[in-house]
Write a protein that binds this ligand. Structure first.
Ligand code: X2X
Length: 333
């Protein structure tokens, strides 16, 4: 009785905010995992997307973000998004290719020479081809790929000027058959390690070198454990924003549209962030002690041709995907 009197004396807003939070649980509570530090544009824009989606869906869709390998490395998150343990993941094309081999095609060595070629291919036929292949294993890939960047080589041993400088170099590459094939073709000694292991492996000298786009070298502080950076631009790499197929299909159409708009829009802004970052990141890394050089691609391309790398991967990717790539970059073989 006295409780009732207290309640009726409370202003309405007071009563509402006194209700337990659980009463407002979202209809779709989804989890998104990724492998990058919070300061990377991918995480900044993903947070923006999650906020926009919560708001536009009137709280019906809530996406909780688990950055920086909190849920395990790439291989773990890939199996979680397949099983539905998490609903979203952003694997690099190199990493999702362990399940969908053709997805590595954008990472073919020295295929793309600039971003105009990249987005023409990935927003066009080549991207559509890869997304259709991803859908076949019951994952859904959003239309707009997010940017990782052109991959550059770093080492603690010395600058890499030409292919012969890679001879027997212990270099970490992602868990990616294409990367292993490419670095073997170049004469190096590549090892696949998940990104979560990269800093410590370089620090303890399990490997002497690694390769990643400059923004990753910056946010993961790899300059602390590497001395030289050779701007080889050997691979263009991007992240597919993927959803567990059943979790995606469960969303009614109006929510699918809100989620897709939120994620694709954020992806476009993330591309722009990387574009801007690319203008300043080299001088920042130089100030932090990395020594840069910019080798010509010629000796690397020649070594790969001689190793039969392009012929082999043309066969593995298949003619349809290969032609779609060549439509953007010109003849490769
Ligand atoms: O693991 C890497 O090197 C990274 C962060 O670039 C990818 O996700 C492939």
């Amino acid at each position: 009785r006295s409780m009732l009197r207290t309640l009726s004396a409370m202003p309405l807003a007071g009563i509402v905010s006194a209700l337990p939070q659980v009463a407002r649980a979202a209809e779709f509570s989804y989890k998104y995992g990724n492998n990058l530090p919070l300061s990377h544009p991918l995480n900044i824009r993903a947070r923006e997307a999650a906020d926009e989606i919560r708001e536009k869906s009137g709280g019906r869709v809530d996406i909780a973000i688990f950055p920086n390998n909190q849920l395990g490395g790439d291989t773990d998150m890939l199996s979680q998004v397949r099983s539905g343990g998490i609903q979203f993941f952003t694997p690099s094309s190199l990493v999702i290719a362990t399940l969908v081999p053709v997805a590595a095609i954008n990472a073919l060595g020295f295929a793309f020479s600039d971003y105009a070629q990249v987005w023409k291919a990935m927003d066009g036929d080549l991207g559509a081809h890869v997304r259709a292949s991803i859908r076949k294993i019951r994952l859904y890939a959003f239309d707009k790929m997010w940017d990782n960047g052109f991959r550059q080589m770093t080492s603690s041993k010395g600058p890499i000027q030409q292919a012969s400088d890679l001879e027997d170099l212990k270099i970490r590459v992602p868990v990616s058959p294409l990367s292993i094939s490419m670095f073997k073709g170049l004469g190096a000694a590549p090892t696949s390690l998940q990104f979560s292991e990269v800093y410590s492996s370089l620090q303890t000298k399990i490997v002497d070198a690694q390769e990643n786009p400059l923004p990753i070298i910056q946010v993961a502080k790899l300059y602390e454990v590497q001395k030289y950076c050779s701007q080889t631009n050997h691979i263009w790499d991007g992240f597919w924003f993927i959803a567990n197929g059943a979790a995606w299909d469960r969303l009614p159409d109006d929510l699918k549209a809100i989620v897709a708009d939120g994620i694709n829009g954020a992806g476009m802004r993330q591309r722009e962030d990387i574009r801007k970052l690319n203008e300043s990141v080299q001088s920042d890394l130089q100030a932090k002690g990395l020594v840069f050089n910019a080798p010509s691609a010629d000796s690397f391309r020649a070594a790969l041709r001689e190793a039969g790398f392009y012929k082999e991967w043309q066969g593995r990717f298949g003619n349809e995907a290969w032609s779609a790539l060549e439509a953007s970059v010109g003849k490769l073989v």
